[in-house]
Design a protein around this ligand. Structure first.
Ligand SMILES: CC(C)(COP(=O)(O)OP(=O)(O)OC[C@H]1O[C@@H](n2cnc3c(N)ncnc32)[C@H](O)[C@@H]1OP(=O)(O)O)[C@@H](O)C(=O)NCCC(=O)NCCS
Length: 282
């Protein structure tokens, strides 16, 4: 059974009783394990629309749909109204970007001083099984991004099937032959059809697909076997190398509740927006 997925590139509008546009979204149709499903991705109230009227139009027009919306803050009453009415909630994700045109990363980050017993190699040179052992320790069952610790996803990611061939900032830190940390930089729009069929099952959001360009598609450190701060070191190295490769930016997505968010903010990434996935009431 093949999974399929298609997004209509144009935005669809929702109207109030008087025919005025009060919200819009990107319509995504998917076939997942034989079942048709519809997503309203990047669902937004129209500028100036009354949030209550916009939310009512959404509920009336899209009963039972999965939706993903930008959350602008505590005071976002459009999101609040839909969240309160939702049948279930999916990922609450925060999207970050480092725009190299605004601020260049320090070129010296590309050659960090590593602890003497560690070496860096490209991820393709490491056995996926060994990599997966570290991955599992970094993403225990209770971790907010736990589904990302799936073996098949990791193998596809390293093989380039999810986000295209990995970029030069990707690396695995080895102690001897044992991996202790890793970072993967991929193209967020690498192979969108394959990524799209896998991402929802991996707990990722439709909005991830709307991001484009180089992104940190995975970063992890063995909590017991690698020094704290090694993740941030790999991240800074990836920033310097991605900028050196002439790319315009590096982005990443982190789930609410993951303390890694603080690492990204301390390193200098800028929060671009947050999204939440939910199922609208029937
Ligand atoms: C993200 C990561 C690579 C960063 O590595 P690092 O730069 O070496 O940073 P550390 O792991 O030492 O610490 C990051 C923060 O998480 C906290 N933290 C780390 N492990 C934790 C745990 N098991 N429980 C709670 N907090 C934890 C640290 O205290 C630190 O908080 P602080 O910023 O307030 O000091 C690493 O934390 C990791 O592997 N996390 C699990 C995988 C993950 O979430 N990846 C990111 C997906 S978006």
């Amino acid at each position: 059974m093949t999974d399929d997925w298609c997004a209509q590139p144009e935005r669809w509008s929702l109207h109030d009783d008087a025919g005025v546009v009060v919200a819009d979204f990107v319509q995504v149709r998917g076939l997942l394990r034989g079942h048709d499903f519809w997503w309203a991705a990047d669902l937004r109230p129209a500028p100036g629309a009354d949030p209550a009227v916009a939310a009512a139009a959404v509920r009336r027009s899209l009963p039972g749909w999965m939706a993903e919306l930008r959350v602008t803050g505590q005071e976002d009453s459009f999101a609040r109204l839909l969240l309160d009415a939702s049948l279930s909630r999916g990922r609450y994700a925060h999207h970050y970007v480092w725009d190299f045109a605004r601020r260049a990363p320090d070129p010296a980050w590309s050659e960090p001083a590593l602890p003497p017993d560690l070496t860096l190699v490209p991820p393709e040179e490491v056995s996926p099984r060994r990599l997966h052992r570290v991955h599992r320790r970094a993403y225990p069952r209770t971790h907010p991004d736990h589904p990302a610790g799936d073996f098949d996803r990791l193998t596809q990611l390293v093989g380039g099937a999810l986000f295209g061939g990995l970029l030069g900032g990707s690396a695995v830190a080895l102690r001897g032959r044992r991996p202790v940390a890793g970072i993967m930089i991929g193209q967020e729009n690498g192979d969108s059809s394959l990524a799209a069929s896998v991402l929802p099952r991996a707990g990722h959001s439709v909005a991830d697909l709307a991001l484009s360009g180089p992104a940190v598609v995975d970063i992890f450190r063995d909590p017991d076997d690698a020094p704290p701060g090694l993740g941030a070191l790999l991240l800074r190295r990836a920033l310097a190398l991605t900028a050196k490769e002439g790319e315009p930016s590096l982005s990443l997505t982190v789930t609410e509740g993951n303390p890694a968010r603080r690492v990204y903010e301390r390193t200098g990434f800028t929060h671009s927006h947050s999204t939440v996935a939910l199922r609208l009431p029937i």
